[in-house]
Ligand binder design. Structure first.
Ligand SMILES: [Fe+2]
Length: 246
């Protein structure tokens, strides 16, 4: 059996008031300039801020129909790259919507330059949220060496928005050899796990990690949206405690 998408793709799926997800088409990892043959899925989260601006977290590939649907929801404004691996489609959205602000994560500019991806980052994310969304969304930087990631918390729906920090792939949606590898790594539904590449860096930076996890726990999230695999629709604090410990 081949890999499966989270159908329907390129459609806004509301999860609570003023927040929803968009499942994207297949993506392919490129290693040393070589496109890997195994596809994987990724997901964008869209938050509608009180002023009508849309916050697009980890934008999926640009699609005309999706763009029209989002325009009906609000003004496409913030294009957010939460880590240096989720940025590849920001330039496409920037071209379609010239009034947008592209937010850079740590190391993403260098990565985009090295891979000749056409994107112009306008502002940098920091460990505290910018005024643009600080009343509605909080954020923190999870350490993890090159995998470090900005995580976000949508206050009114108590939604934690993660990218690669936790992965929860559904094994029956994966083709081999990813399925076996994912099974061995523990990063699969229903329990999910920390992305394997982050585990040693997080342990090496455990004081910083503890601080961030404490902050995430203080948010008391209800649900967790992930970029890869099945989201956690409830008991988010329980999931955080189980995965990161006390
Ligand atoms: Fe990812």
């Amino acid at each position: 059996m081949g890999s499966e998408l989270y159908e329907p793709v390129n459609v806004y799926k509301p999860i609570a008031s003023d927040i929803g997800i968009v499942d994207g088409p297949f993506e392919y990892l490129t290693v040393a300039g070589v496109k890997m043959p195994m596809p994987f899925t990724t997901r964008m989260t869209v938050v509608r801020l009180a002023n009508g601006d849309l916050f697009l977290h980890s934008p999926v590939a640009f699609d005309e129909g999706l763009a029209a649907e989002l325009q009906a929801l609000g003004t496409v404004r913030h294009l957010v790259s939460p880590n240096q691996f989720h940025y590849a489609h920001i330039g496409e959205w920037q071209k379609a919507f010239p009034g947008t602000i592209a937010w850079a994560s740590k190391g993403v500019r260098q990565r985009a330059r090295a891979r000749r991806v056409d994107v112009h980052f306008t502002r940098d994310l920091a460990s505290a949220p910018p005024e643009d969304w600080s009343r509605e969304i909080d954020q923190a930087l999870v350490p993890g060496s090159i995998f470090k990631e900005f995580v976000f918390f949508r206050r009114n729906s108590r939604t934690l928005i993660l990218t690669d920090t936790i992965m929860n792939f559904e094994l029956d949606k994966l083709a081999q050899p990813w399925r076996t590898f994912t099974k061995l790594s523990g990063m699969h539904a229903p329990r999910g796990e920390i992305f394997f590449g982050m585990r040693i860096p997080l342990w090496l930076q455990r004081t910083k990690t503890k601080e961030v996890i404490r902050k995430v726990c203080s948010w008391q999230p209800q649900r967790i949206v992930l970029s890869h695999g099945r989201c956690f629709d409830g008991n988010a604090d329980e999931v955080i405690h189980r995965i990161f410990g006390e």
